[in-house]
Ligand binder design. Sequence first.
Ligand code: HPA
Length: 250
Amino acid sequence: MLAIIGGTGLSQLQGFEQLEKVALKTPYARKLVRLTRVGSGDKEFIFLPRHGAGHKIPPHQINYRANIAALLELGVTEIVAVNAVGAIHGDLLPGSIAVPDQLIDYSYSRDVSFYDGKLKKVHHIDFTNPYSEAIRERILQAARRVNSRSQTRCEVMPSGVYACTQGPRLETAAEIRRLAKDGCDMVGMTGMPEASLARELEIDYASLALCVNWAAGLSEEAITLEGIHSVLEGGMQYVCAVIAEIVQHS
Ligand code: HPA
Protein backbone atom coordinates (compact mmCIF):
# COMPACT_ATOMS: atom_id res chain seq x y z
CA MET A 1 0.00 0.00 0.00
CA LEU A 2 1.25 3.48 -0.96
CA ALA A 3 1.05 6.49 1.36
CA ILE A 4 1.46 10.17 0.56
CA ILE A 5 2.67 12.37 3.39
CA GLY A 6 1.59 15.95 2.68
CA GLY A 7 3.61 18.92 3.85
CA THR A 8 3.18 22.70 3.86
CA GLY A 9 0.55 23.60 1.27
CA LEU A 10 -0.73 20.06 1.05
CA SER A 11 -2.88 19.53 4.13
CA GLN A 12 -5.79 18.51 1.92
CA LEU A 13 -5.71 16.63 -1.36
CA GLN A 14 -7.74 18.19 -4.16
CA GLY A 15 -9.14 16.18 -7.05
CA PHE A 16 -9.15 12.79 -5.33
CA GLU A 17 -11.97 10.79 -3.80
CA GLN A 18 -12.00 10.69 -0.02
CA LEU A 19 -13.04 7.12 0.89
CA GLU A 20 -12.68 6.96 4.67
CA LYS A 21 -11.22 8.94 7.56
CA VAL A 22 -9.18 6.84 9.96
CA ALA A 23 -7.91 7.78 13.46
CA LEU A 24 -5.27 5.51 14.98
CA LYS A 25 -3.83 5.23 18.47
CA THR A 26 -0.12 4.44 18.64
CA PRO A 27 2.24 3.84 21.59
CA TYR A 28 4.07 7.06 20.66
CA ALA A 29 1.41 9.73 21.18
CA ARG A 30 -1.56 10.52 23.38
CA LYS A 31 -3.30 12.06 20.38
CA LEU A 32 -4.70 9.94 17.57
CA VAL A 33 -3.02 10.02 14.17
CA ARG A 34 -5.60 11.12 11.60
CA LEU A 35 -5.26 9.72 8.10
CA THR A 36 -7.49 9.37 5.06
CA ARG A 37 -8.03 6.48 2.66
CA VAL A 38 -8.11 8.09 -0.75
CA GLY A 39 -9.29 6.80 -4.13
CA SER A 40 -7.83 7.73 -7.51
CA GLY A 41 -9.40 5.88 -10.45
CA ASP A 42 -9.41 2.21 -9.47
CA LYS A 43 -6.45 2.68 -7.11
CA GLU A 44 -6.28 3.50 -3.43
CA PHE A 45 -3.70 5.12 -1.17
CA ILE A 46 -3.34 6.57 2.32
CA PHE A 47 -2.95 10.31 2.86
CA LEU A 48 -1.37 11.76 6.00
CA PRO A 49 -0.94 15.55 6.40
CA ARG A 50 2.14 15.74 8.65
CA HIS A 51 1.27 19.20 10.04
CA GLY A 52 -2.26 18.06 10.99
CA ALA A 53 -5.55 18.87 9.26
CA GLY A 54 -5.38 22.67 9.65
CA HIS A 55 -1.57 22.89 9.34
CA LYS A 56 -1.21 23.56 13.06
CA ILE A 57 1.75 21.36 14.08
CA PRO A 58 5.17 23.02 13.51
CA PRO A 59 8.03 20.91 12.08
CA HIS A 60 9.83 20.43 15.42
CA GLN A 61 6.65 19.25 17.16
CA ILE A 62 5.44 16.73 14.61
CA ASN A 63 5.26 13.27 16.15
CA TYR A 64 7.17 11.55 13.38
CA ARG A 65 7.22 8.20 15.22
CA ALA A 66 3.44 8.14 15.70
CA ASN A 67 2.90 9.05 12.04
CA ILE A 68 5.21 6.35 10.66
CA ALA A 69 3.93 3.72 13.14
CA ALA A 70 0.31 4.50 12.12
CA LEU A 71 1.21 4.08 8.44
CA LEU A 72 2.80 0.69 9.15
CA GLU A 73 -0.33 -0.32 11.08
CA LEU A 74 -2.41 0.38 7.95
CA GLY A 75 -0.17 -1.87 5.87
CA VAL A 76 1.81 0.90 4.16
CA THR A 77 4.95 -0.38 2.42
CA GLU A 78 5.88 2.70 0.35
CA ILE A 79 5.84 6.42 1.11
CA VAL A 80 6.08 9.46 -1.15
CA ALA A 81 6.75 12.41 1.16
CA VAL A 82 6.00 15.91 -0.10
CA ASN A 83 8.32 18.57 1.35
CA ALA A 84 8.44 22.32 0.75
CA VAL A 85 12.05 23.50 0.49
CA GLY A 86 14.15 26.60 0.02
CA ALA A 87 16.58 26.54 -2.91
CA ILE A 88 20.33 26.58 -2.33
CA HIS A 89 21.53 25.16 -5.69
CA GLY A 90 21.36 27.75 -8.49
CA ASP A 91 19.44 25.40 -10.83
CA LEU A 92 16.61 24.88 -8.38
CA LEU A 93 14.28 27.80 -9.06
CA PRO A 94 11.27 28.57 -6.88
CA GLY A 95 8.33 26.73 -8.46
CA SER A 96 10.45 23.79 -9.58
CA ILE A 97 10.68 20.39 -7.94
CA ALA A 98 13.53 18.16 -6.81
CA VAL A 99 13.80 14.49 -5.93
CA PRO A 100 16.70 14.38 -3.47
CA ASP A 101 19.00 11.36 -3.33
CA GLN A 102 20.91 12.36 -0.19
CA LEU A 103 20.33 14.27 3.01
CA ILE A 104 22.15 15.86 5.93
CA ASP A 105 20.29 16.16 9.21
CA TYR A 106 20.85 19.36 11.22
CA SER A 107 17.72 18.95 13.35
CA TYR A 108 17.91 18.14 17.06
CA SER A 109 15.76 17.24 20.08
CA ARG A 110 13.41 15.09 18.01
CA ASP A 111 12.50 11.48 18.79
CA VAL A 112 14.70 9.93 16.17
CA SER A 113 14.25 6.19 16.65
CA PHE A 114 11.83 3.39 17.49
CA TYR A 115 14.79 1.75 19.27
CA ASP A 116 14.53 3.84 22.42
CA GLY A 117 15.90 1.50 25.07
CA LYS A 118 12.74 -0.52 25.64
CA LEU A 119 13.81 -3.10 23.11
CA LYS A 120 16.46 -5.70 23.95
CA LYS A 121 18.84 -4.80 21.17
CA VAL A 122 19.97 -1.54 19.64
CA HIS A 123 19.52 -1.63 15.91
CA HIS A 124 21.69 0.38 13.50
CA ILE A 125 20.00 0.72 10.14
CA ASP A 126 22.03 1.14 6.96
CA PHE A 127 21.30 4.71 5.83
CA THR A 128 24.03 5.12 3.20
CA ASN A 129 21.32 5.86 0.66
CA PRO A 130 18.50 7.41 2.68
CA TYR A 131 15.90 7.34 -0.10
CA SER A 132 14.47 4.38 -2.01
CA GLU A 133 15.86 4.45 -5.55
CA ALA A 134 12.74 2.64 -6.84
CA ILE A 135 10.37 5.26 -5.43
CA ARG A 136 12.60 8.11 -6.60
CA GLU A 137 12.47 6.67 -10.11
CA ARG A 138 8.67 6.40 -9.95
CA ILE A 139 8.38 10.06 -8.92
CA LEU A 140 10.72 11.11 -11.75
CA GLN A 141 8.85 9.06 -14.35
CA ALA A 142 5.51 10.45 -13.18
CA ALA A 143 6.87 14.03 -13.36
CA ARG A 144 8.16 13.36 -16.90
CA ARG A 145 4.74 12.04 -17.96
CA VAL A 146 2.94 15.07 -16.47
CA ASN A 147 5.44 17.39 -18.20
CA SER A 148 4.97 15.67 -21.55
CA ARG A 149 1.23 16.29 -21.66
CA SER A 150 0.67 19.63 -19.95
CA GLN A 151 1.52 23.13 -21.15
CA THR A 152 2.77 24.21 -17.75
CA ARG A 153 5.93 22.13 -17.54
CA CYS A 154 7.81 22.07 -14.31
CA GLU A 155 11.59 21.94 -14.03
CA VAL A 156 12.68 18.79 -12.20
CA MET A 157 16.04 18.38 -10.45
CA PRO A 158 16.52 14.60 -10.45
CA SER A 159 18.88 14.40 -7.46
CA GLY A 160 20.36 16.58 -4.75
CA VAL A 161 21.20 16.87 -1.08
CA TYR A 162 18.38 17.82 1.29
CA ALA A 163 19.36 19.68 4.47
CA CYS A 164 16.95 19.25 7.36
CA THR A 165 17.05 22.18 9.78
CA GLN A 166 15.25 22.42 13.09
CA GLY A 167 12.91 25.32 12.40
CA PRO A 168 10.39 26.70 12.83
CA ARG A 169 12.42 29.82 12.08
CA LEU A 170 14.07 30.16 8.69
CA GLU A 171 17.88 30.11 8.52
CA THR A 172 20.38 32.95 8.71
CA ALA A 173 22.36 33.85 5.58
CA ALA A 174 25.52 32.45 7.26
CA GLU A 175 23.76 29.16 8.03
CA ILE A 176 22.79 28.84 4.36
CA ARG A 177 26.40 29.60 3.28
CA ARG A 178 27.51 26.80 5.60
CA LEU A 179 24.89 24.39 4.18
CA ALA A 180 26.06 25.27 0.65
CA LYS A 181 29.67 24.53 1.68
CA ASP A 182 28.50 21.22 3.14
CA GLY A 183 27.13 20.33 -0.29
CA CYS A 184 23.42 20.88 0.40
CA ASP A 185 21.19 21.79 -2.56
CA MET A 186 17.90 22.47 -0.76
CA VAL A 187 16.74 23.13 2.79
CA GLY A 188 13.59 22.09 4.62
CA MET A 189 12.48 21.29 8.16
CA THR A 190 10.54 18.05 7.93
CA GLY A 191 12.67 15.51 6.06
CA MET A 192 14.10 13.99 9.24
CA PRO A 193 13.65 11.84 11.23
CA GLU A 194 10.75 10.85 8.96
CA ALA A 195 13.04 9.19 6.41
CA SER A 196 15.10 7.20 8.94
CA LEU A 197 12.04 6.11 10.93
CA ALA A 198 10.53 4.74 7.72
CA ARG A 199 13.80 2.87 7.09
CA GLU A 200 13.71 1.44 10.64
CA LEU A 201 10.30 -0.06 9.85
CA GLU A 202 11.47 -1.18 6.39
CA ILE A 203 9.05 1.11 4.55
CA ASP A 204 10.39 2.36 1.19
CA TYR A 205 10.55 6.16 1.26
CA ALA A 206 11.39 9.03 -1.07
CA SER A 207 10.75 12.77 -1.15
CA LEU A 208 9.09 14.99 -3.72
CA ALA A 209 10.44 18.42 -2.81
CA LEU A 210 8.72 21.57 -4.05
CA CYS A 211 10.97 24.60 -4.02
CA VAL A 212 9.04 27.62 -2.70
CA ASN A 213 11.73 30.28 -2.11
CA TRP A 214 15.40 31.10 -2.40
CA ALA A 215 17.11 30.13 0.85
CA ALA A 216 18.13 32.98 3.17
CA GLY A 217 20.64 35.43 1.73
CA LEU A 218 20.51 34.05 -1.82
CA SER A 219 18.11 36.63 -3.21
CA GLU A 220 17.83 40.40 -2.90
CA GLU A 221 14.23 40.00 -1.85
CA ALA A 222 13.17 39.15 1.68
CA ILE A 223 11.55 35.75 2.22
CA THR A 224 7.87 36.39 2.94
CA LEU A 225 5.05 34.02 3.76
CA GLU A 226 2.99 35.66 1.00
CA GLY A 227 5.73 34.90 -1.52
CA ILE A 228 5.98 31.29 -0.33
CA HIS A 229 2.21 30.81 -0.45
CA SER A 230 1.86 32.18 -3.96
CA VAL A 231 4.49 29.69 -5.23
CA LEU A 232 2.89 26.91 -3.18
CA GLU A 233 -0.52 27.37 -4.79
CA GLY A 234 0.61 26.76 -8.36
CA GLY A 235 3.24 24.21 -7.34
CA MET A 236 0.86 22.02 -5.39
CA GLN A 237 -1.43 21.64 -8.41
CA TYR A 238 1.53 20.19 -10.25
CA VAL A 239 2.47 18.02 -7.25
CA CYS A 240 -1.12 16.65 -7.15
CA ALA A 241 -0.90 15.81 -10.87
CA VAL A 242 2.37 13.94 -10.20
CA ILE A 243 0.79 12.10 -7.26
CA ALA A 244 -2.20 11.04 -9.42
CA GLU A 245 0.26 9.74 -12.02
CA ILE A 246 2.29 7.81 -9.40
CA VAL A 247 -0.89 6.25 -8.00
CA GLN A 248 -2.15 5.26 -11.47
CA HIS A 249 1.10 3.45 -12.20
CA SER A 250 1.38 1.71 -8.83
N1 HPA B 1 14.27 26.90 4.90
C1 HPA B 1 13.80 25.86 5.60
N2 HPA B 1 12.66 25.26 5.31
C2 HPA B 1 11.94 25.72 4.27
C3 HPA B 1 12.36 26.80 3.50
C4 HPA B 1 13.60 27.44 3.82
O1 HPA B 1 14.05 28.41 3.20
N3 HPA B 1 11.42 27.01 2.55
C5 HPA B 1 10.47 26.05 2.75
N4 HPA B 1 10.77 25.29 3.78
